[in-house]
Design a protein around this ligand. Sequence first.
Ligand SMILES: Nc1ncnc2c1ncn2[C@@H]1O[C@H](COP(=O)(O)OP(=O)(O)OP(=O)(O)O)[C@@H](O)[C@H]1O
Ligand SMILES: [Mg+2]
Length: 295
Amino acid sequence: MNDSHDDHGADMEQTLRPAVRSRTAERVSDDVTVEQPTVLDLQDLAVYYGAFRAVRGVNMAVRQNEITAMIGPSGCGKSTVLRSLNRMNDLIRGARVEGKVMYHGIDLYDPRVDPVEVRRRIGMVFQKPNPFPKSIYDNIIYGPKIAGAPRSSFDELVETSLRKAALWDEVKDRLKESALGMSGGQQQRLCIARAIATNPDVLLMDEPCSALDPIATGYIEDLMHEIKTEYTIVIVTHNMQQAARVSDRTAFFTAELDSNNDRRTGLLVEYDLTDKIFSNPSDERTENYVTGRFG
Ligand SMILES: Nc1ncnc2c1ncn2[C@@H]1O[C@H](COP(=O)(O)OP(=O)(O)OP(=O)(O)O)[C@@H](O)[C@H]1O
Ligand SMILES: [Mg+2]
């Protein structure tokens, strides 16, 4: 966080420490009485690109050690909302957020919050694997090195991160080789390992499997399931089976014509336990989408 030394700044520093991750979360759908603490609380969030309101009306609580899926037709604002959760939209000219994103009770858009620190705590994995044109080893230590981690910690960090990303056994003998020589599925796991190496609290994933074959997809899904005991995961996916398989809660978005200008604005229709969204949704629009009648 920034260097403000007032009490509120100190509070913020305290609160923004990665949450203690002691509990092993069960898939909440199997036990609806489990209520994990809220990590990200989206309050009446709307995101604009210039004058265009891309998405509105987003109210949802992302809970610790759960996997939260965002689904909905193309253009409904899933990536836009996801990027607003670690201030990645700051990097897009004209992008602007209304409403609030509270992270462990701290307003992520408070001017005293440092967006670089936000992105370290809330990591992101993109649709297309994007390893740096460097060695596997150097990809992993990239973030920690910038953050000033001691060189002596690197070997262990590389091994732990790759182990968590279920990649260690496949690459341990070629750590110094270029990451670009790996398969697509391996590259995506490397990107997950790279995100994990900065010790984040939350992982945001925007269609992480859409460029992968079913086997590589299976690896990533298993991996998500394994690491959710340590992280909170938000995933955007077009694959409804994937949302149903991996997530605890699902947010269904759609896009509707805005009466003010004739563009389509995204909105959150329904957010609930994944089992409920897929078996007994409350909103007809959700029902139509999950049964394949729309989109
Ligand atoms: N950088 C940008 N500048 C201007 N408009 C944008 C930008 N990015 C997205 N949009 C617009 O915002 C709306 C939501 O886009 P977004 O990419 O969030 O949708 P999405 O649900 O992720 O779609 P998809 O499933 O195709 O990835 C769309 O109308 C899109 O054209
Ligand atoms: Mg998208």
